[in-house]
Design a protein around this ligand. Structure first.
Ligand code: MN
Length: 286
């Protein structure tokens, strides 16, 4: 049985530093999609050498996992654990902020010098209450470690970043059951795919256009939220389409998201600001 579509959201348009961002989650019609809190889709936008300025300055996080998926271009990351690294298209940085991390991020030096195009998704995944104060961690996931899953008779490819899909397993270590896959589908491809048996299932369309479950036309910048019954979904690509497919189990805990922190109570948010000001989340100067 096909998993029914429960809601399709449109993106808000916003800016984060120099990036033009689409935000399909949260929106008024979808406050969260437990355990997924926020989805930002930046670009695609050109990087012209000498004309693209700015990166996201050092800032803290606590209580969740900010995950960046690079679809085009390359990103440079620095953090208070001493990590510095860049990732490029088809690669992922998976940050577990835990009790606190300070990071900065922006286009890599290579793309700023040579020019190119940037397209990135940043996803915020909530941490279970008992893991919000765990030690922070940083996973840099390179292309060679990410298995490809062929779908729709070979006319679609999923890059499996986390969780299990079609007998393969993605390399990311997750703190609750999560499946995450970046994908591309050729125009005209059609068929059903079996989806992971997790209660939250989301499909975001970065570019192109799909018909979902034989009836819903889903254009770029829209997010499909599926109901929690059924085993498969059907997809038909009307154009070449680029997607992010996500599944997870709801945490079903109180959530207070305030600025860069996501905790369970207001007191914990106040404590996070206090700890940050007192330097307990570490140090990063640039
Ligand atoms: Mn951040």
């Amino acid at each position: 049985m096909l998993r029914p579509v429960s809601i399709i959201t449109d993106s808000l348009l916003t800016n984060v530093g120099p990036l033009n961002v689409k935000q399909p989650l949260p929106v008024a019609a979808l406050r969260d999609a437990d355990p997924f809190i926020l989805l930002h889709h930046a670009g695609p936008q050109p990087v012209v050498p000498g004309e693209f300025h700015g990166r996201v300055d050092p800032h803290p996080h606590r209580g969740f996992e900010p995950v960046s998926f690079v679809y085009r271009g390359s990103l440079l990351h620095r953090d208070s654990l001493g990590n510095e690294g860049s990732i490029s298209s088809g690669e992922v940085q998976w940050i577990t902020s835990g009790s606190g991390i300070i990071h900065s991020e922006g286009p890599s030096e290579q793309i700023l010098r040579d020019g190119g195009e940037l397209e990135i998704i940043q996803l915020w995944i909530n941490l279970p209450a008992e893991k919000k104060m765990m030690s922070p961690a940083y996973q840099e996931i390179h292309r060679e470690s990410i298995p490809t899953v062929s779908i729709l008779d070979g006319a679609g490819q999923l890059q499996l970043v986390a969780g299990e899909f079609a007998g393969k397993r993605g390399p990311a270590t997750t703190q609750s059951p999560i499946m995450a896959a970046m994908g591309t589908i050729d125009a005209g491809a059609t068929g059903e795919i079996d989806v992971p048996p997790m209660r939250t299932l989301l499909l975001y369309v970065l570019g192109g256009s799909l018909r979902v479950n034989n009836e819903h036309v889903v254009d770029r910048h829209k997010l499909v939220v599926f109901a929690d019954n059924g085993q498969s979904i059907s997809l038909e690509a009307i154009e070449p389409t680029s997607i992010l497919l996500l599944a997870g189990e709801p945490l079903e805990e109180p959530m207070i998201a305030y600025g860069p922190f996501v905790m369970n109570t207001e007191d914990e948010i106040r404590q996070a600001f206090l700890d940050f000001r007192q330097g307990a989340m570490g140090q990063l100067d640039y």
